[in-house]
Design a protein around this ligand. Structure first.
Ligand code: PEP
Length: 271
């Protein structure tokens, strides 16, 4: 049985006092939430402060990104060991904003800005293996642009992204991997993917994992949905068999709404 997961991506929000406050609210508000693993991913600057709040609680800590080299002249980057030192267990990789898209919903988003942060299928694949080898559990993101969906390319884009990120991984390396399906047009837009369609794409991702790494690995892997998950749409999403939880941006910045998502995910998957 897959344990549901609710991961909060705080993005570039919360100075340290605000991060500590939010973390305390989530620790307290999720204390009685049964059966759902809870992860918070604050900005790097707040990791240690948040770790002081979460370390003796069931809430786990994650980074929003990392660089695969152990050390060196990589200004502005952060290594896996540095995340581990701050108490991180998880790391998000390949988020569409790191892939440079910044929530772009159509092709008029300047091409040159789309790669400003530089992640692509090849770097996500390197990061996935580097994270696992360093002892971090990656939450690896994939998802199509609106323009790709409108051209009927969703399945091809998502399958290719998943194949690329898993390329060269051993079955053992895949045990600690979670995949998040995040249609780019749904991130931060308030426009949620219909629950049955999100379920269909998560099922497609599971089928690709089965093809690459075998059915057992696929059956054990958690696949999350991300994109404008909110208290008012979470029930329908969590009721879907292929969706094992959520990767949440906006609604993770308020303890009460995030705790509602946690409670619903735990309840839905216990049922
Ligand atoms: C995200 O940051 O991964 C995300 C899904 O954001 P939001 O929930 O705000 O759409």
């Amino acid at each position: 049985m897959r344990i549901p997961m609710m991961a909060g991506n705080w993005k570039m929000n919360c100075d340290n006092p605000a991060a500590v406050e939010l973390a305390k609210g989530i620790v307290e508000g999720s204390a009685n939430a049964l059966g759902c693993e809870v992860i918070v991913c604050p900005p790097f600057t707040a990791l240690s402060a948040v770790n002081d709040v979460t370390k003796d609680s069931p809430v786990s800590l994650g980074g929003q990104n990392f660089f695969w080299k152990a050390d060196g002249a990589f200004t502005g980057e952060i290594a896996a060991d540095m995340l581990l030192c701050c108490g991180c267990e998880y790391v998000i990789i390949g988020h569409s904003e790191r892939r440079g898209r910044f929530g772009a919903t159509d092709e008029d988003f300047a091409e040159e800005l789309q790669s400003v942060f530089g992640d692509n299928d090849a770097t996500v694949s390197i990061k996935l293996k580097a994270a696992v080898d360093a002892g971090l559990k990656p939450i690896a993101c994939c998802g199509e642009l609106l323009s790709e969906r409108e051209k009927g390319m969703t399945d091809a884009i998502v399958s290719d992204q998943v194949r690329a990120m898993l390329d060269g991984c051993s079955e053992e390396q895949l045990h600690s991997v979670t995949i998040a399906y995040e249609p780019v047009w749904a991130i931060g837009t308030g426009e949620v993917c219909e629950a049955d369609e999100a379920n269909r794409v998560c099922g497609l991702i599971r089928a690709v994992v089965a093809e690459v790494a075998g059915q057992e690995t696929a059956d054990n892997m958690r696949i999350l949905y991300g994109g404008s998950v909110k208290p008012d749409n979470v029930e329908g999403l969590m009721a879907q068999a292929e969706i094992d939880g959520g990767l949440v941006g906006g609604a993770s910045l308020k303890a009460d709404s995030f705790c509602t998502l946690i409670e619903v995910a735990g309840r839905a998957k216990r049922a």
